[in-house]
Write a protein that binds this ligand. Structure first.
Ligand code: KMH
Ligand code: ZN
Length: 284
């Protein structure tokens, strides 16, 4: 198995300071917690940003400030959200892609999201993929339900996504695929050979899904975007959640990847050598 890539989903769009005092909100707070998560074993920072009132935002300027603040502190792979918050326009959601970060999320289908609808119709998915291609950004496919994998593969066949394929299975979100071993295996089975995957369990599913990610040869996403608690009744910090996965993985003889090791595993373009060749195979 490859070394384990831990993604720290630090902020999200839904959690508030009222929910937990540990949520980072300003660019400096997000950067500080990214550095702590990196120190604890994470190699990717999945980021959203918030405005001055703490509301979810996709402001290019706020992303720029946040990315620069992270880059001053550590060499993590920065993955911006294009999901933003339910109800945002595609143009709004695409703003951070124009900064050409190393990675961005790409959700390949519409899904009920709690009481709302996370709207990703076919035309907009292609618009997002095209924008990422134009700006040299590697997508991470956000898979909330099974049908989203075949849509991701369609984008590859259409030439809208090139390079190594990496998937994030978001499991246990009300309205999305349930979080359990049976459903995880169903998702993994559908991936093209050579693709990599990570798993993000929502709420109390975070720890058991992380354990499955480690043991099945996937990678793991944790953080306050997906789960507020360290255990029942005890609020967590981002770095505590990352550190626990690193310890768990160490017990299972799966060391964590540094950011540069993660770049090699994900075949991210090396600035000097140019784009890497794709190593996955797409079924005909
Ligand atoms: N906040 C959700 C509506 C992503 O980052 O791309 C979407 C989301 C996924 O968080
Ligand atoms: Zn997100």
């Amino acid at each position: 198995m490859d070394k384990l890539i831990i993604t720290a989903a630090l902020v999200g769009a839904e959690v508030t300071r009222e929910d937990t005092p540990h949520l980072p909100v300003t660019p400096e707070e997000i950067a500080e917690q990214a550095a702590e998560a990196c120190e604890a074993g994470a190699s990717i920072a999945h980021i959203h940003v918030r405005d001055k009132e703490g509301r979810p935002s996709q402001s290019r300027e706020l992303y720029r400030e946040t990315i620069e603040a992270i880059q001053k502190r550590c060499g993590m792979i920065i993955q911006v959200s294009t999901g933003g918050a339910v109800g945002m326009t595609p143009e709004d959601r695409l703003q951070p892609v124009t900064l050409s970060p190393e990675m961005a999320t790409l959700t390949t289908g519409t899904v009920n999201f709690g009481n709302g609808v996370f709207h990703n119709p076919p035309g907009e998915i292609r618009q997002f993929a095209d924008s990422m291609q134009q700006h040299g950004v590697r997508p991470e496919f956000e898979i909330f339900d099974t049908g989203m994998i075949s849509t991701a593969i369609a984008l590859v066949k259409e030439g809208l996504v090139t390079g190594h394929l990496h998937f994030d299975f978001v499991m246990g979100m009300p309205g999305g695929i349930p979080a359990d071993a049976k459903h995880l295996l169903l998702l993994v089975d559908q991936l093209p050979a050579g693709a990599t995957w990570t798993v993000a369990g929502i709420g109390r599913n975070q720890l058991p899904m992380a354990a499955l990610g480690v043991t099945l040869g996937g990678h793991v996403r944790v953080g306050l975007e997906d789960n507020l608690y360290y255990r029942k009744g005890e609020l967590a910090t981002n770095s505590q959640l990352v550190a626990r996965v690193k310890r768990l993985a160490a017990e299972l003889e799966r060391p964590v990847a540094t950011p540069d090791e993660a770049r090699r595993i994900l075949a991210l373009p090396n600035k000097e050598e140019g784009p890497c060749e794709p190593i996955h195979t797409i079924p005909k």
